[in-house]
Design a binder for this molecule. Structure first.
Ligand code: BEZ
Length: 212
């Protein structure tokens, strides 16, 4: 069954390039990004995993652990990592699940048989510290993902979790945000000392609250 926002991310135990991982235990109190790629030794995937490695500090700043999965075996992943490191000028620094029996792929509905019967599509799941799924995105095999967008969504989700704000269309770090409808006007002064603009009763804009 498809995984929907708010569902508990299914737990699993899997072999990875960094040893056996029990997913929920491995996540601990961190945020998580679980993403699938179609196959090892393919060009787009090589660039994606290289870029993810280069973004290590950005994920760490957001208290986020990253884990990749494909249906290739462990030895294949290990060989491919050498190519990723060499061609993308980086060092892969996150685990890649060896899902040869497709158990994780099936658990997360990552194989879309009408697109490809064998390989996973490019799925992304962001998982919160409460182990609930906060975002799902599915890209076709032929389109490499925009990992800056994944960081942007993490920023937005963390602002919502910590400050009762949501982020408007095309929002980027540092721009104004909107106060969620659940916050009453009378509570705004205490919660948002930087002030706010009431454009409409339902559209209340405030500076990004976690910036100096
Ligand atoms: C790739 O990663 O380059 C790729 C994988 C499957 C289909 C098309 C491209």
């Amino acid at each position: 069954m498809a995984i929907r926002l708010g569902d508990i991310a299914p737990d699993f135990t899997a072999e990875t390039t960094e040893g056996t991982i029990r997913f929920h235990e491995w996540l601990g109190s961190s945020w998580g990004v679980l993403f699938s790629h179609p196959a090892d030794f393919t060009p787009v995937c090589t660039t994606e995993l290289g870029l993810t490695a280069k973004l290590k500090d950005e994920f760490a700043k957001r208290n986020t652990k990253v884990i990749a999965v494909s249906v290739d075996p462990l030895q294949s992943h290990k060989e491919w990592i050498k190519d990723i490191n060499e061609t993308q000028n980086t060092v892969v620094n996150f685990p890649i699940i060896a899902d040869a029996d497709k158990s994780v792929a099936n658990l997360y509905d990552m194989i879309h048989p009408n697109a490809n019967e064998t390989f996973t599509v490019r799925s992304v799941f962001i998982i919160g510290p409460d182990k609930k799924v906060k975002l799902t995105i599915t890209y076709p095999a032929s389109t490499g993902r925009n990992f800056l967008e994944i960081l942007r969504v993490l920023d937005s989700l963390q602002l919502t979790a910590n400050y009762s704000v949501a982020t408007p269309a095309n929002w980027e770090q540092g721009q104004d945000v909107v106060i969620v409808p659940a916050v009453k006007d009378e509570d705004i002064a205490a919660k948002f000392p930087k002030g706010y603009t009431k454009v409409k009763p339902y559209l209340r804009i405030t500076p990004q609250p976690n910036l100096g």
